[in-house]
Design a protein around this ligand. Sequence first.
Ligand SMILES: [Zn+2]
Length: 335
Amino acid sequence: MDADLERLKKQLPLLEYLQRHNWSGRRAGAQQEFVGLCPLHRETHPSFYVNARRNLFYCHGCARGGDLIRFVQFFYDLSFPQSVAYLKQELTAAAQAASISELLSQAAAYYRFELHRCPEAVHYLQRRGLHDSALIEELGIGYARGGNLRRHLAGLGYSLDQLLDTGLINQQGRDAFCRRVIFPCGQNGQTVNLYGRSIGAAFPHRLLPRPKGGLFAWESARNFSSIILVEGLFDLAVLWQAGFRNSTCALGTHLTSVQLAQLCEPPARCVYIAFDQDENQAGQQTAHQLAQQLERAHLNVRVVQLPDGQDPNSYFTARGTAADFSNYLERAQPL
Ligand SMILES: [Zn+2]
């Protein structure tokens, strides 16, 4: 029994479990120690420590601590045997998430390989102002020409059912992504979704029918004390290209609870909202509503006013410079 429990805790490391359940912590000290807001009591100053090497937690705010089983007992108010049963189900879910991540990574790798064989995709990236090949590689950008993914993945041993389950192949048996530029969306080291931007007449945006994950490339943006939040991945790509590596993207204008929690750790971060400036003011209104929501979460918010009809992508594509964009950031007003 003890050996069973030790194996369970090894297979479900505490830190990974917490991160998968949207806990966000930053490294504290040289040891494998992380600190963040306590999931067990309400607080605004982080006092919840996780030691990844020892697989233990301790909260200085509510003085509770222990291993993963203990955490689950506190969090869900379960008995010891109930917690163990719950964690066994979690183990199955974690294994499923890992296998989906592997499949999505394989698809993304294939799309990456295809990108440079499809001139229409390369031209599209150029038209959207994206020319830095190292960045294109870093973002994992690929291209789905359509009609060939199924055979490729079947060659790697994937069944049609698996492709249908993830949504890579739709119920009609066709590629979900066809003539689309692909960005893989990662979270905690796993690929959780793929975003496809149509280069033709089809509806511009498509995600697989599964959670979109956290903020895009959050692992690299999270260390900045001020963040530029944009709507779309092409906005993000040109901002990174112009040196604004503190940009992230919510894949839309609404934040999920996961994404909001990410922005709030550490507290009081400064967030620049740089959404589309629509001529009918729709984008500005959305930015304003989001700014109110973020202020309620104690973030320092600034709304960036680009020229009418522009978004960060079109701004840089129309020869906007990094210096000019910095001016827009400086002029951005709190609510
Ligand atoms: Zn606590």
